[in-house]
Design a protein around this ligand. Sequence first.
Ligand code: NAP
Length: 354
Amino acid sequence: MIISDKIPVAVLGATGAVGQRFVQLLAQHPWFEIVALAASKRSAGKCYAEASQWVIPGDPPPDLGDMVVRNLDPDIPAKIIFSALPSDVARDIEPAFAKAGYAVCSNAAAYRYEPDVPLIIPELNAEHTAMIPTQQQNRNWPGFIVTSPNCTTTGITMALKPLHDVFNIQQLVVTTMQAISGAGYPGVASLDILDNVIPYIKGEEEKIEQETRQLLGRITNGKREDAKIVISAHANRVPVIDGHTVTMSVKFTHKPSVEEAISVLRDYKGLPVIQELPTAPTHPILVRTEADRPQPRRDRDAQEGMAVTVGRIRECPLLDLRMVSVVHNTLRGAASGAILNAELLTAKGLINTS
Ligand code: NAP
């Protein structure tokens, strides 16, 4: 698809860890152009270079350093709003933008569980955009909100969806080892996380269980029907900077062999329309067969941080199969994932560009 005029976009929460990823990725995007950056009152009025304490690898885009950070009023000359706001702030702000006619692509959890708000990973459930007209009708707003899942859920569901489609998942036990960048900046205190593992992340286990059922669910007549999977999640914070690792044990209706599972995962690409989106990876799922992969430091950047790497696929003596997956939490699990959602909405003609 060729876009003759770039679509103007804005980033809310542009100074944070995920916001910085958005800014870095959008600065060189072929379809979208940043026209505004917004954050809290602490940052509003300052230029972006001064307001954002840069915490991610690579440099801030030089052209945007002088852009003055705005407050969160919905009067921005943009069509698409990327939200990297804390959830409690997003709860009030995102509807104000949808009401004012913007397409909001959110990374926050605030609206992920609403029955009329799609939670999307394009390769898995692009058809969930069918919920958008229902949302607009229910809420009487010309814009809409589309959400991206929690970063950990992304690594889980991308590994499971191809298997669920063919073998039908009934039960899942998942244990996470989540990177510290998942907690934003400054995040977890160094005295808490160095030389340590923290076996609790507030709200995370509930998010994983609920969002996995939503993402693997079906859409009928614009309504989502969650997948009926019994899930037990254990969430842990570990001293890794980027890249969430998860181990999974899975029970299926039709138990696949290890070879069948590998073959289904290797062949999975998603719909052709998705493969043509600028941020889409050639292979959304990479299967590694070495005994000691995937690992966050070695696998998180696969396919520009957009591929989920799956490995250690083997028999499980308790359920059917076990495996490990790694996802880059601030790329596929956050900013790049939301940008791919915006590309999908654009390709489907759901962005009002007039
Ligand atoms: P963060 O580093 O703490 O950044 C938060 C951003 O929101 C900053 O730009 C901050 O602006 C702004 N903000 C904070 N309080 C505000 C207020 N009261 N009013 C207006 N703006 C306010 O957080 P993050 O890690 O980037 O996460 C952002 C969102 O993405 C969260 O909802 C998070 O759950 C979600 N998410 C994060 C990840 C991840 O891996 N980190 C993955 C998926 C989803 P100031 O700089 O001006 O304070």
